[in-house]
Design a protein around this ligand. Structure first.
Ligand SMILES: *[C@@H]1O[C@H](CO)[C@@H](O)[C@H](O)[C@H]1NC(C)=O
Ligand SMILES: *[C@@H]1O[C@H](CO)[C@@H](O)[C@H](O)[C@H]1NC(C)=O
Length: 377
C-alpha cells in the first residue's frame, strides 16, 4: 500500500476510515493487524514516515487457532475493531517464557508472573473447528453479561429499599456496595448465590430489557431489541471464573501433590463447561475435553495412572484450541498421541498438538537490523 493512503489533506485519516480501507478486500483484511500499527504511530505519536517500509512478519505462534497469534504482532485495538478485552494483549506484551501472567482487567493491571512447577506441563490441542455454526457470537454473550450486571445492581437497590427501617447496618452496607458494582467479578460467588442467582432470567429479549432497565451501560455494544440474549450463564461465568483463577494461582504455589494436579484440572474442567454454557463452545472442543477425561480415567492406565488431569477451551471460543494440564512425564505425551488418534478416527481430522511459550515484547526488547550496502561492493 501507499503510506499516503493513510493521509488526507496532510492529516492522518480516522481509525474508522482505516477500518473500512482494510475491510474492502476480505483477502487482505489481515493486513490491518500489521499496517494499522503505522497509522497509530502517526496519529498518537506524530511520527512521520518519509520513506517506504518493508515489514517481515515471522511468528512461531500457531495461526488462527485461538492462541493470540494476532496479539503476538500488535496490541492496539482501534483499527481491527473487535470488542475484546486486554488479556491477550497484556500477555503478549508483558509475559515471559514458561511462566503464567496474573492480571486484573479493571481495566488493565499486571499482578506479576506465576511460576509453573516443573512437575506440571500444559499443551494446546487444536480442534480444527474455526467457528462453530449455531454457537453464539461473542458480542451477544458480552451484552448478556452486561445485562446481568445491571439486573444485579438494580436488585440490590430494590432489596435494600424494601427494608428501609432495618437496623441491620452490615446487611444494608453490603447491598449498597453491590448496588454500585463496577465489575461482575467483584461479586463473590457466595454473594451471587445468596442474593441474585434466582433473580436472573435464563434469557431476555432486548426489548424487555430496555423497557425495564433502559440501558446495559456498555460503551462498545448496543442492544438489538429483536434479539433474545442469554443472561444467566454469561453473568455467572465471570463471577465463578474469578474465583477459579484465584484458586488456580494459589494452588500452583502450593506444595506438589497428586491433589494439586487433580484440583487444578478440576478447575479447568469447570471453566470449560461454564464457558461452553454461554454458547461459546463447540462439538470439537467438547470431544477433545471428553477424550482427556477418557485418558484420565481409563482402566488400562490405572496401573500406571492417568497423567492428564484437566482441559478447557481457550481463546474466543466457538471452536479453536483446548488447553490440557498434566504431569510432566513421557506417559502424558503417549496419552496425547492416543487422543489425537481417537479424534482422527471419529472426525477424520488429526488435531495439532503444541506447547511452549516465548518471551513477551517487553522482555524480548527489539532487534535492530542495519542495511549495509558496503558488504556487496
Ligand atoms: C474489585 O475488587 C478488587 C479486589 O478486592 C479491588 O482491588 C478492586 O479495586 C475492585 N474494583 C472495583 C472497581 O471495585
Ligand atoms: C460437529 O458437528 C458437525 C455437524 O453435526 C459434524 O459434521 C462434525 O463432524 C462434528 N465434529 C466433531 C468434532 O464432532
Amino acid at each position: 500500500m501507499d503510506l499516503s493512503d493513510f493521509m488526507e489533506d496532510g492529516r492522518p485519516i480516522t481509525y474508522e476510515k482505516a477500518y473500512n480501507y482494510f475491510a474492502r478486500d476480505p483477502a487482505q483484511k489481515w493486513a490491518a493487524y500489521v499496517a494499522g500499527t503505522i497509522l497509530v504511530l502517526i496519529t498518537e505519536l506524530g511520527i512521520r514516515f518519509e520513506d517506504s517500509i518493508s515489514i517481515l512478519v515471522s511468528s512461531g505462534v500457531p495461526e488462527g487457532k485461538g492462541v493470540s497469534s494476532s496479539a503476538a504482532i500488535e496490541v492496539e485495538n482501534h483499527i481491527v475493531g473487535a470488542p475484546c478485552g486486554v488479556m491477550d494483549q497484556m500477555a503478549s506484551a508483558c509475559g515471559e517464557a514458561n511462566k503464567l501472567l496474573a492480571m486484573v482487567c479493571q481495566p488493565a493491571e499486571v499482578l506479576g508472573l506465576v511460576d509453573i512447577p516443573p512437575t506440571i506441563r500444559f499443551w494446546g490441542i487444536d480442534s480444527g473447528i474455526r467457528h462453530s455454526v449455531g454457537s453464539s457470537d461473542y458480542k451477544s454473550v458480552r451484552v448478556g453479561a452486561f445485562m446481568g450486571r445491571k439486573i444485579i445492581k438494580s436488585s440490590a437497590s430494590q432489596i435494600n429499599g424494601l427494608n428501609p427501617d432495618d437496623a441491620d447496618a452490615d446487611g444494608r452496607n453490603l447491598l449498597e456496595t453491590e448496588a454500585s458494582l463496577d465489575y461482575l467479578c467483584n461479586l463473590s460467588a457466595h454473594r451471587y448465590e445468596a442474593s441474585y442467582a434466582t433473580r436472573l432470567p435464563e434469557s431476555l429479549s432486548g426489548r424487555d430489557f430496555v423497557e425495564k432497565y433502559l440501558d446495559h451501560d456498555d460503551s462498545v455494544t448496543t442492544i438489538d431489541k429483536e434479539c433474545n440474549y442469554a443472561v444467566r450463564a454469561p453473568t455467572r461465568h465471570p463471577i465463578y471464573e474469578n474465583f477459579r483463577v484465584k484458586a488456580f494461582k494459589a494452588l500452583l504455589s502450593a506444595a506438589v501433590s497428586n491433589y494439586q494436579l487433580s484440583a487444578l484440572g478440576e478447575l479447568m474442567y469447570q471453566c470449560h463447561y461454564s464457558y461452553s454454557a454461554c454458547g461459546l463452545g463447540s462439538n470439537g472442543t467438547d470431544r477433545l475435553v471428553n477424550l482427556v477425561q477418557e485418558m484420565q480415567h481409563s482402566k488400562s492406565s490405572e496401573s500406571e495412572g492417568g497423567t492428564l488431569f484437566g482441559a478447557k477451551i481457550t481463546g474466543g471460543g466457538s471452536g479453536g484450541t483446548i488447553c490440557v494440564i498434566g504431569r510432566n512425564c513421557l506417559r502424558s505425551n503417549e496419552q496425547l498421541i492416543e487422543i489425537q488418534q481417537r479424534y482422527k478416527a471419529a472426525t477424520g481430522f488429526l488435531p495439532y498438538v503444541f506447547e511452549g511459550s516465548s518471551p513477551g515484547a517487553a522482555k524480548f526488547g527489539h532487534l535492530q537490523i542495519r542495511f549495509r550496502p558496503s558488504l556487496t561492493e
